[in-house]
Design a binder for this molecule. Structure first.
Ligand SMILES: [Zn+2]
Length: 434
């Protein structure tokens, strides 16, 4: 519920008139702050990505300026989003050689985060302390010994002013919402497919601009911990051609939740395994160990519900301005498939927890359920594994250990083998059962 509301309001976005891709014109548009420059005239597409080397924040009355030093100018575009108030800067792929902000809010900027958003595209998401309009957003060439810079000037406004500024963008978004995903005609779970090895989709959570949970003790980020694990698991499953393995991401890049499900459906996946790492969300401050989640409309407990809310916020964290959430389909056949898929998912979850507990620590309640967006394919058995808690120093030691990864990925691969042996294996003759 919370998530849906959040996605709806995120739609209210707009490209501000004051923020064109200023430097894009090779005619050399001139701004008060410096000469706007052609960004890709030098064949930047083939060059190494520009580097963001420093960030500066200054406040002058109602005006807040955020500046990023660059190694060369890049294409950029800025727009604002509501609820919470944010400004998004999309730019050519850049490498960020800056530390995340320390968290002290100044002027209109509460905090900001950054990372790879899509192939060839980076994003900066700036959380605002209140409604603001973008007065100026551009990159300028270096001058007087100063490096090329990206300037963002924000001016305080009120909620009405902000809403007015959003209108155009909101209208164009409503038009785009027409091409959302529709559920295909496929009506049975993907466990009994025709020839070829079964397809397994591994889904390392978060990525790029969305770091996921961050270990307070070491600063390790969930997105990297789960990617490392997913790669080991991929290699194990792909060995010997038993399975075809598809990763929703195999590098540090953001992938929207709906896209992860779409990748699985397009690959005709027969099993979907999402990999995450938790942080303490409930009262149990000593929480440790693996939890295996399946989809449920009603969460098995309050902690699971809070966790699903956190995980489902990934798109909002990355500043997505378009809901990709497929609409609920009230079709009785799809409903039957969904019910059957949930039984397969629950079976796999049990097998998985059974194998993993042989080699690693499990959570006190290792089998739980909640409304995770990425588990919503109605015809693909899907589980979400929280490998441990980044808030536990000992769990982080495990998560960062190559030996632990190897052993634990082995146990997951065993569970996968059992799942497919039970589904696709030859029928067991009564005599053979003894
Ligand atoms: Zn996560």
């Amino acid at each position: 519920m919370v998530v849906r509301r959040l996605m709806m309001v995120v739609l209210a976005a707009m490209t501000l008139a004051a923020a064109p891709a200023v430097h894009a014109q090779t005619t050399g548009a001139v701004s008060s702050a410096g000469r706007a420059v052609p960004a890709s005239a030098d064949g930047a597409r083939t060059a190494l990505p520009a580097v963001v080397a420093a960030a500066h924040l200054s406040v002058d009355g109602p005006r807040t300026r955020l500046t990023f030093d660059l190694t060369r100018p890049v294409e950029m575009r800025a727009f604002a989003l509501a609820d919470p108030y944010r400004v998004i800067i999309d730019l050519d792929e850049v490498h960020f050689h800056i530390a995340p902000p320390s968290g002290d809010r100044r002027g209109l900027v509460k905090t900001f985060r950054f990372g790879l958003f899509a192939p060839g595209k980076s994003r900066i998401v700036i959380e605002l302390t209140g409604p603001a309009t973008i007065e100026r957003a551009l990159t300028i060439e270096g001058q007087d010994g100063r490096p090329p810079r990206l300037h963002l000037d924000l001016v305080r406004t009120d909620a009405d002013g902000f809403r007015r500024a959003l209108t155009d963008r909101a209208v164009s978004n409503i038009a785009r919402r027409g091409d959302r995903e529709t559920l295909g005609p496929r009506l049975s779970p993907r466990v009994e497919e025709e020839g070829g090895p079964p397809v397994i989709v591994i889904d390392p959570g978060h990525g790029g601009i969305d770091p996921g949970a961050i270990a307070p003790s070491t600063g390790d980020e969930e997105k990297m911990l789960v990617l490392d694990f997913a790669k080991v698991l991929r290699d194990k499953l792909a060995t010997g051609g038993r399975y075809r393995v598809v990763m929703t991401r195999d590098r540090d890049i953001f992938v929207p939740l709906g896209e992860r499900v779409r990748i699985a459906r397009d690959a005709r996946a027969q099993l979907f395994i999402s990999i995450h790492a938790d942080s303490i969300g409930g009262a149990n401050e000593n929480a440790r160990g693996v939890t295996v989640y399946t989809l449920s409309d009603r969460a098995s407990d309050a902690d699971s519900e809070r966790l699903a809310e956190r995980e489902n916020k990934a798109d909002a964290i990355a500043g997505l301005d378009l809901s990709e959430e497929p609409s609920e389909v009230a079709d009785i056949l799809i409903d039957l498939t969904r019910r059957e898929t949930r039984i397969y998912s629950a079976n796999f979850a049990r097998t998985l927890a059974g194998e993993m507990r042989q080699v690693t620590r499990m959570h006190r309640l290792p089998l739980r359920s909640a409304g995770f967006q990425v588990l919503r394919a109605h015809d693909i058995p899907s589980v979400l594994v929280e490998l441990g808690f980044v808030t536990s120093r000992r769990d982080v030691e495990m998560l960062t250990s190559a030996i632990w990864r190897d052993r634990t990925a082995d146990s997951v691969a065993k569970a996968v083998d059992q799942f497919f042996a039970a589904r696709n294996g030859p029928p067991v003759a009564p005599a053979a059962r003894r």
